[in-house]
Design a binder for this molecule. Structure first.
Ligand code: GAP
Length: 468
């Protein structure tokens, strides 16, 4: 299967099986917006819950936060987003389509275009005779700065409204609450604050399904350390970041890698950044070949706390209770993209298999902890009252313990195909023998093997399998 093909197949399965729909579709959509359907929202929630449990609940050195999306605009002056958070915008003078100049250059083989100045981008577009991907002309405006923040107005009185921004990262909500958390939560450096929430960026060229969108969710940690402990902490977070994808979410190791940013690529706040990247099947036209950023791991130093001290006039220093040393902690920031993680899980789980009878099946091999449905319960025949009654009892028994789904559509073969496509690890069928022997048939998604299991042992059996 070619890479372009794989992406098309995943997008099509997402629509067909209720994982991801085009946004506002009945009105013709809205460019690159996507809505998570019943199975997609379940998958997304499972990723979020596992992230929260791994990095917040299970650790003694982490606390959680849920800060507002709308923040005092001074936040963005302090953070540097008003002056620095921009991309080079170019317009095709012929067809008026807009592009991100650096990305277009990279797609045409110019390396490290992200580090070029506006003037250099304009010159390169001309010297390389880069054609417009839409109309093929090569007639560009000069590149100009385009700030990626969404600006809106707060207030109801016309003429009396204040400019305000939708947050472009959740991180700043953490920094502005640093002192509140120090004062209220008995935390001691080193400690971290985790937050999951929406972020908004007016991306010039969103695309590649849910990979680059204007509205997305981040799962961010700001980990506060003594400046002398920074290196060790960075290395630890590097290992934990990759482990989260490979071990916790089950993403194949060969599809993951680290990439260090060179100095020109670093964000305005960062002294060192590593990205965890996934081998996405986007095809040759993607600038990054197929590797795309899933998570950034940045050494933000004391940039943010010192900027917020300066702009707010508040003292944000930490006093060590044992040594009495007073200092601004440094920050290690593992910043995960939730939508990209869900997309990764979907792509990585997609499998096509040839069966013995020469037919094919599509199966989403999600880790059971992530699967939107963990067990599906079927009556062998939906018009046999005694089977339906027994199957409903079994479903009711399983429901409090597992994400269990009732399925009586079509024949059992069709139900297996459907459950394979949504990645359900176990299917339970209630047949005529069940009425005599109080046992059911349990079918394993990956091996397709079937086993008879006593109803009274079923919950324990499934639990053991799911957690094996
Ligand atoms: N606070 C640091 C920060 O925001 P970033 O590398 O700009 O760093 C972190 O973003 C993560 O957010 C990325 O690794 C990516 O997974 C996700 N992300 C960024 N922009 C995105 C977009 N336009 N669409 C979807 N996800 C995005």
């Amino acid at each position: 299967m070619s890479k372009e093909n794989l992406m098309e197949k995943v997008v099509s399965l997402c629509k067909r099986r209720g994982f991801v729909f085009p946004g506002s579709e009945i009105y013709g959509g809205l460019a690159n917006t996507w809505d998570y359907g019943p199975y997609g929202s379940a998958l997304k929630k499972n990723v979020k819950d596992i992230w929260w449990k791994t990095f917040v609940e299970d650790r003694d050195d982490m606390v959680g936060l849920d800060a507002a999306i709308l923040m005092n605009p001074k936040t963005w002056e302090a953070s540097g987003h008003i002056s620095n958070f921009s991309d080079p915008l170019i317009d095709c003078k012929e067809c008026k389509e807009r592009f991100r100049g650096d990305k277009l250059l990279e797609e045409n083989g110019v390396e490290k275009a992200e580090s070029l100045s506006l003037k250099e981008v304009s010159e390169k577009l001309k010297s390389e005779k880069i054609a417009c991907p839409k109309c093929k002309a090569s007639n560009w405006t000069d590149a100009k700065t385009f700030n990626l923040m969404f600006k809106t107005k707060q207030g109801v009185v016309e003429g009396d409204q204040a400019d305000i921004y939708l947050r472009p990262e959740t991180a700043q909500g953490i920094f502005v609450n640093f002192k509140n958390i120090l004062d209220s939560c008995r935390v001691r450096v080193p400690f971290g604050i985790g937050q999951i929430g929406k972020a908004f960026r007016n991306e010039i060229t969103p695309g590649n399904f849910t990979f680059r969108t204007r509205e997305f969710e981040q799962m961010e940690i700001e980990y506060f350390v003594h400046p002398n402990d920074k290196k060790a902490s960075f290395d630890e977070w590097k290992e934990q970041s990759k482990n989260f994808f490979s071990k916790t979410l089950g993403v194949k190791d060969e599809n993951l890698r680290f990439r260090e940013h060179d100095s020109e690529e670093l964000s305005h706040y960062s002294a060192m950044t590593f990205d965890v990247e996934y081998r996405f099947p986007f095809g040759k036209t993607d600038a990054t070949e197929t590797w795309g950023e899933l998570q950034g791991l940045a050494d933000r130093g004391d940039y943010d706390l010192s900027q917020h001290e300066k702009f707010s006039g508040k003292d944000l220093k930490y006093r060590d209770p044992y040594t009495n040393e007073v200092y601004l902690p440094h920050v290690i920031e593992p910043s995960f993209g939730l939508d990209r993680t869900v997309l990764t899980v979907l792509i990585d789980a997609y499998n096509e298999e040839k069966l013995e009878d020469d037919s094919e099946r599509v199966v989403m091999k999600f880790k059971p902890s992530l699967a939107p449905v963990q067990v599906a319960v079927f009556p062998l025949l939906k018009n046999k009252e005694e089977l339906v009654k027994k199957a409903k009892e079994v479903h009711k028994m399983l429901k409090p313990h597992f994400r269990s789904e009732w399925d009586d559509n079509g024949n059992v073969g069709k139900r297996y195909r459907r459950q394979d496509e949504i990645g359900t690890p176990y299917c339970v069928t209630i047949d005529f023998d069940t009425l005599d022997d109080a046992s059911v048939t349990v079918r394993d998604r990956d091996t397709m093997k079937q086993e008879r299991v006593k109803i009274e042992e079923l919950a324990e059996y499934i639990n053991k399998k799911l957690t094996a």
